[in-house]
Design a protein around this ligand. Structure first.
Ligand SMILES: *Cc1c(COP(=O)(O)O)cnc(C)c1O
Length: 320
């Protein structure tokens, strides 16, 4: 009988099957999976009931010895139940919990809502990939749709672009890089560039400036009024003075909802100043942004649509 030569395609197929066999060590047997799922859901539900019914509770701090003795990271696997026990004993209540119903002292409180937890769990289970449009069209389009929805919420005109990042700090860094490049700043001029914000601006602005190479740039603190809002007149005075002395006023970072006080800089007046002096207007609405969904807050957002870039955090005001 004639022997059929395997084609290149057959070989490739066989290689893939071999690889599948080799990577199957990552698979967890069905019985074990069911146990892990039920234990996890049990823990989540118990914890969720417990925390939602709490009205008050002390926070354990490091000096109360609540921290686990974290051993060396080992090669060998640990029993799932033991890991969970350790988690419950030491980590679940080991510090502040922004999900606690009376926890209003720290902004990223969104992590504690049940839909947000499920929303994080499902994509991780499905290992959704959203890096490249042609590889994952529907997910990328869903992201784009979300970005358009956010842009519309703030009245941005058509032609906007945006992305979803791991948080406000990285989003701020991205905005600063976009501003730097679209204004075509030259490295030789970085030391003359001036960035303006109030003393209540989030530290991610300063951190972002360093990360985008603008460490030498001058960061000016614009005075605030008695409601802790940046004063547009103070801003303009400073810009005029800086221009006179040969500096390059470049960007204003206005905050809509400062992290420490909730104050909202007068974006519309600041936009007028930016227009007059051709500065990039960045709005840091990481904390306050999603309050734009409330009708009674709308007036605080007047002028935001005139900004060149904006950052909003769903894990703050949107509780996600
Ligand atoms: C929280 C916050 C940021 C930074 O966001 P992260 O997601 O924590 O990186 C930036 N600006 C303001 C006003 C914030 O409140």
């Amino acid at each position: 009988m004639e022997k059929i030569q395997p084609t290149q395609e057959d070989n490739l197929h066989q290689t893939l099957l071999d690889l599948k066999e080799k990577t199957s060590v990552l698979e967890v047997p069905q019985v074990e999976r069911e146990k892990m799922t039920s234990r996890t859901m049990e823990m989540v539900n118990t914890y969720d009931d417990h925390i939602r019914n709490l009205t008050w509770g002390p926070v354990k701090t490091a000096d109360q010895g609540s921290l686990p003795v974290i051993g060396e990271i080992e090669e060998d696997p640990s029993e799932y139940d033991l890991v969970m026990q350790d988690f419950n004993a030491h980590l679940a209540n080991g510090g502040i919990n922004p999900g606690h119903p009376t926890m209003f002292g720290f902004v990223p409180c969104g992590h504690g809502t049940y839909p947000a937890a499920m929303g994080a769990f499902i994509p991780v289970t499905f290992a959704t990939y959203s890096g490249i449009h042609w590889k994952s069209t529907s997910i990328v389009e869903m992201e784009n749709k979300l970005i358009t929805w956010v842009a519309d919420l703030f009245g941005y005109p058509a032609g906007h672009a945006g992305n979803i990042s791991s948080g406000g700090s990285l989003a701020t860094l991205t905005a600063l890089a976009v501003a730097r490049d679209s204004r075509e700043l030259k490295a030789a001029d970085f030391h003359r560039c001036v960035i303006y914000c109030s003393e209540f601006a989030h530290y991610s602005v300063q951190k972002g400036l360093r990360a985008v190479g603008l460490r030498e740039a001058i960061l000016r603190t614009v005075p605030v009024d008695k409601l802790l809002k940046m004063t547009a007149s103070g801003l303009e005075r400073q810009i005029i003075e800086d221009t006179k002395t040969g500096l390059l006023p470049f960007l204003v970072a206005a905050t809509v909802g400062t992290t420490l006080t909730g104050s909202v800089d007068p974006v519309n007046d600041i936009a007028d100043v930016c227009d007059r002096h051709q500065l990039w207007l960045h709005v840091d609405a990481a904390y306050g942004g999603f309050f734009a969904l409330c009708d009674e807050m709308k007036q605080l957002f007047v002028g935001v649509e005139r900004s060149d870039s904006i950052v909003v955090n769903p894990h703050k005001g949107a509780y996600l």
